[in-house]
Every structure is written in structure tokens, then in C-alpha cells.
Design a protein around this ligand. Sequence first.
Ligand code: NDP
Ligand code: OXD
Length: 309
Amino acid sequence: MSLLLIRNDKNYEPWLKAIKKIDPDFPVFTPESLKNKEDVNMILAWKAPHGSFDNYPNNKVIGSMGAGVDHLFEDPSLPENIKMTRIVDENLIGDMQEFVLAQTLNAIKNLNTYTTFQKEHNWKPIPYKRAPDVTVGIMGLGVLGEAVAKTLHRNNFKLTGWANSKKDIDGLESFAGDEQLDDFLATTEILVCLLPLTEETKNILNKNLFKKLPDNAYIINVARGGHVVDDDLTEALKNGKLSGAALDVFHTEPLPEDHPFWDNEKILITPHTASKSDPSSIADQVVENYKRLQSGEELKNTVSREKNY
Ligand code: NDP
Ligand code: OXD
């Protein structure tokens, strides 16, 4: 019985090292080192080339090496009834909290604009805002969204949040479902997207949604590029509906060199680096889930096949 790792970037060394550090005899393989496909009973993948999950007759679980599972659902070779897992990790959570806090403070203190002014040797103070006067609206209040809400609350922002179901989070006004989306958007001055990418959330950051935000709203997308309609975002920044955007994720990554976002001064681009899976932090839960599978116990951090997240 074996665990197989499959990654698009083939960067296996840190994962093998972290797993072997816990158990030097752990049966973990890569597509290159695996001898027999019949031996595999768990696969852990990150953006595996489509078709990667075919022909593993004894495989029982396919897990994501990150929090997001959209890359697994997009693969037509994902077996119908296979169990799925994802990563929930304290470092992944803490890194996302710090990143979104940095982006919200950046937005209200206009730091991105000053970077442009500096290039022009332009000494020009512009009005700034204070956290208690600004409403941040978080789309997606799962593991990461809720943790981000707590950090922003500690830093005195006013908070609203939107999810499939209502939440009880300190300092946050909770909205749920399509019927409450407009009410949520009406007061959201900084919108943070932390939704999973699914059929329902694809292209959700589009011109109709932007219209429902207050004028000069700011977008922080740390979820997936597929949530954004790029042309609608460019237009809303151009016509002044939105004041700026911080984007960490894109339809195509790396962002193509000729993409118009690169030269848009109102967009702050980061290379999908808000919060990264750290193998040394995550190996424990991988090993534990593998052992749980062998002993027939319930797996940790499972993904709903009904909800697709
Ligand atoms: P979770 O699955 O824990 O949370 C998802 C949240 O989205 C839940 O609150 C859920 O509602 C809500 N949701 C899902 N679908 C809808 C919908 N159609 N309408 C309204 N709300 C919806 O995910 P995580 O918090 O762990 O991660 C979120 C995403 O962050 C990941 O999927 C990944 O894409 C991205 N990510 C990005 C990283 C980066 O570096 N940029 C790093 C890590 C993750 P409910 O609670 O009611 O079910
Ligand atoms: C993740 C990510 O989903 O890195 O973990 O985006």
C-alpha cells in the first residue's frame, strides 16, 4: 500500500523530506519512482496534469496539497465516488490572516498610490481612512474567511461576511445565500474574496456585482482567478466605480507577460503567494490521514462531493 504524490511542478523533494522525517519507512512515491499502480491507495496532488488519476485500481482517496480543491474537480479523470481531502493548517491560516490584513491597511493608507507617486518624485498627501470607519466584507467564511475576520476585527475594522450559511462570528454581520448578496454588497467598502472556485462562484466578481458596491470600493482577491471577469474589473477601475484591486490569483498563472493587469496602476499584483502550503507543517496530517485510511478510521479535512468544496 502506498501514497503517491503528483504535482505539476514536480517539486517533490520538500514533501518527501517532510514525510520521511516523520517516518523514514513511509511508503511514499512520485510518478517517477512508483513501480506498480496497483500499490497506490492514496494520492495527494497539486494541479496534476489532467488524466493523472486514471488506472489506479486500488486507490481510495485523492487529496489536495493545498486548501483549494478546484484543481481536482477540473480533472475529468477524478473518479466519481472517490473520497477527497484537503489541507487545513495553522500556518496556512496565519499567513492568510497576515496577508489580508496587510492588503486592507495598504488600501486605506493608499500605499500603492504612493509607490506610483514616488516613481514620479511627486510629494502629494492624499486623504486616508481609519480602520473603524471602514467596512470590510468577506465573501466566504470558511476556515480562512473566518480566521481573516477575526484578525480584521482585532484591528478595529467594521465587518460583514457572506457565505452559504449564516455564521456567528464576533464583530461580523453575517449574510447568507443569493437572496442576501445585494444587502451584503451595499455596505462593503473593501471586498475580500475567500470563496472556493465552484460552478456557483465562477465569475462572481463581475460588472453586476461591482455595480452593487458603494462607489470607490476596493477588491482583494486571494481565492482564485476564475472568480474574476477580468474585463469587467478593468472597466470598473477605469470608470471609477472601483478605486483599486489587490490580486493574488489569476485565470492563468503565472500571469501572462502581455496581460493588461500588469500595467494597471490601480492593481497590485502578487504571484499567488498569500498563503502557501508548507510541507513541513502539513506532513503530519498527511501521515495521520494515511494511517486512518489503513485502519478504517474517518479521514480528517474531507471535501464534500455534493458541495464541491
Ligand atoms: P472553506 O471550504 O473552509 O470555506 C469556503 C467558504 O465559502 C464557506 O464559508 C462556504 O459557505 C462559502 N461558500 C462556498 N460556496 C458558496 C456560494 N456559492 N455562495 C456563498 N458562499 C459560498 O475554504 P477555505 O476557507 O479553506 O479556502 C477558501 C479558498 O481560498 C480556497 O478554496 C482556495 O481557493 C483559496 N486559497 C488561496 C490561497 C492563496 O494563497 N491565494 C491559499 C489558500 C487557499 P458555508 O460555510 O456556508 O459552507
Ligand atoms: C491553496 C492555494 O489552495 O495555495 O492552498 O491556493
